[in-house]
Design a protein around this ligand. Structure first.
Ligand code: ADP
Length: 488
């Protein structure tokens, strides 16, 4: 599937340190989740290369931070344009290693690129403050400066956008970065790094360390323990987030964490039902249910419950599962066998506890691979079920019936997670009440799609720390320095 790239030199299998492509002592294999086919062997780096990348980033930082924000923006904007120009090739690489349908992959390239131009522009607006003095012989200033060498550990579900969302604000602010992409999707990361090189990124400003899962843990330890690395940004599971936070404690490192979710999707009696169905489809089945903002629990008020289940079932029946390269496919394979096993466990548990199977429910057969799962709809779900408490991260929609607004807000908030939430209502009073009552970093009202570069994306509670995107997204990458000018 990668033989047909228009620009074959985007297919890199070595890591990038200090502007040079480097191999490791060993390699690890990357597979196509749709077919199991072997795609490439990628450099498997370790502790020594991580130290080298940190040192390179530290040297490069001196050069990079000395540039003006406008000079940095010029390079970033070239990088963004190259991503857009090569969107078709990048999408092919992504679909090959990640599995998402080609159109979704292309959409992610454009979405991923949008963080680069947004932050290139924001970098020019990192304003400080002058503070009214309390002593006429003194003046007070607060300036913002780049924090230093930043590390980014990224997941496989958005192989490009999760990199640009962290790296673009860091670079725009004047920091250098060391990226450790997910072991399942290193080829997308390396292609994006190649384009950064072509855009004129100085050596050492952007480094990529590829590694398998065991070496990723070793690299993570070195990045966390380093006192040169001043900031760590991580997107992934809450469990790994906790490990990284602990590992960063000795060096008091600044952290941005975007962790797990358990998104409620609430449909009130007064909702526009067709719009709610459309929103649920987009929020639930995009990326085969493998996003941290996917609807995980769908709560429907008693008056529209059966009608909603029926309408959603009709739409779910129209989804086409298959290889992401095939035309018309909406749901690709899951990333790995363990992900399919987890989905099977959630479905079996729900059925054993009394859920009603409305659609799907098992692996999809005959599609040329073993990691496909049928889009599934479970009605009459209850809070006791695993799918209510844990993020399923697959194409399974459990539907819960509720009676009152107070009841559903309490149910929606009864989780340690607080990333995305959604609700559908046409009542302006309810929109404000529920919007304010949901304990989540993000609330979609009458929409299932909320992510763009211009808005603050992030969670509360155990879903993370900090915000990505928006004008706030660059704040994590600067330190505030207070200058007190005396003797005036
Ligand atoms: P997911 O559930 O999305 O696979 P993970 O949290 O397991 O998320 O992984 C996200 C990223 O974190 C990947 O790049 C992975 O290699 C990395 N990772 C996983 N465990 C560790 C660890 N203990 N230390 C450092 N990085 C890790």
């Amino acid at each position: 599937v990668l033989a047909t790239l228009a620009d074959a030199s985007l297919l890199k299998t070595q890591a990038l340190i200090n502007g040079e492509w480097v191999g490791g002592k060993s390699t690890f294999a990357v597979h196509d989740p749709a077919t199991g086919a072997h795609l490439a062997d990628v450099a498997n780096l370790g502790e020594a290369e991580t130290e080298a990348a940190i040192a390179a980033a530290n040297n490069a930082w001196l050069v990079w931070r000395a540039k003006t924000a406008k000079e940095r923006a010029a390079i970033l904007l070239r990088w963004q344009q190259l991503l857009v120009k090569h969107a078709d090739d990048l999408a092919r690489i992504m679909t090959a290693e990640q599995g998402k349908p080609l159109a979704e992959a292309r959409g992610e390239v454009i979405y991923g690129a949008s963080f680069i131009d947004w932050f290139a522009e924001e970098g020019r607006r990192v304003y400080g403050e002058t503070i009214p003095t309390t002593d006429t012989s003194k003046r007070y200033l607060a300036i913002k400066q780049p924090i230093g060498v930043c590390a980014a550990i990224t997941p496989w579900n958005f192989p490009i956008a999760m990199i640009t969302r962290k790296v673009a604000p860091a670079l725009a602010a004047g920091c250098s970065v060391v990226i450790k992409p997910a072991e399942a999707t290193p080829l997308s990361a390396l292609a994006v790094a190649e384009l950064a090189q072509r855009a004129g990124m100085p050596a050492g400003v952007l480094n990529v360390l590829t590694a398998d899962s065991a070496q990723s843990i070793a690299i993570g330890k070195v990045l966390c323990a380093s006192d040169v690395v001043r900031h760590l940004s991580f997107t992934g599971s809450t469990e790994v987030g906790r490990i990284l936070m602990k590992q960063c404690a000795p060096t008091i490192k600044k952290l941005s964490l975007e962790l797990g979710g358990n998104a409620p999707f609430i449909v009130f009696d007064d909702a526009d039902l067709d719009s709610a169905v459309e929103g649920a489809m987009a929020s639930k089945y995009r990326n085969a249910g493998q996003t941290c903002v996917c609807a995980n629990r769908i709560y429907v008020q008693a008056g529209v419950y059966e009608a909603f289940v029926e309408k959603l079932a009709a739409k779910v029946g129209q989804l086409k599962v298959g290889n992401g390269f095939e035309a018309g496919v909406n749901v690709g394979p899951l990333i790995e066998e363990a992900a399919v096993a987890k989905v099977e466990t959630h479905v079996a548990d729900a059925l054993a506890l009394g859920a009603r199977l409305v659609a799907g429910g098992k692996r999809a057969e005959g599609l040329g691979g073993t990691q496909f799962f049928e889009p599934t709809l479970l009605a009459d779900a209850t809070p006791q079920m695993l799918c209510s408490r844990e993020e399923t991260f697959g194409p399974v929609a459990p539907i819960f019936k509720f009676k009152t607004e107070d009841e559903v807000v309490a149910l929606a908030n009864a989780t340690e997670f607080g990333l995305a939430s959604y609700f559908y209502s046409r009542d302006i009073g309810r929109i404000f009440r529920v919007g304010e009552a949901l304990e989540y970093g993000m609330v979609g009202v009458n929409t299932g799609l909320i992510s763009v570069a211009e808005v603050p994306f992030g969670g509360i509670k155990q879903s993370g720390l900090g915000r990505e995107g928006a004008r706030q997204g660059i704040e994590d990458y600067v330190e505030i320095k207070y200058l007190c000018l005396g003797d005036i």
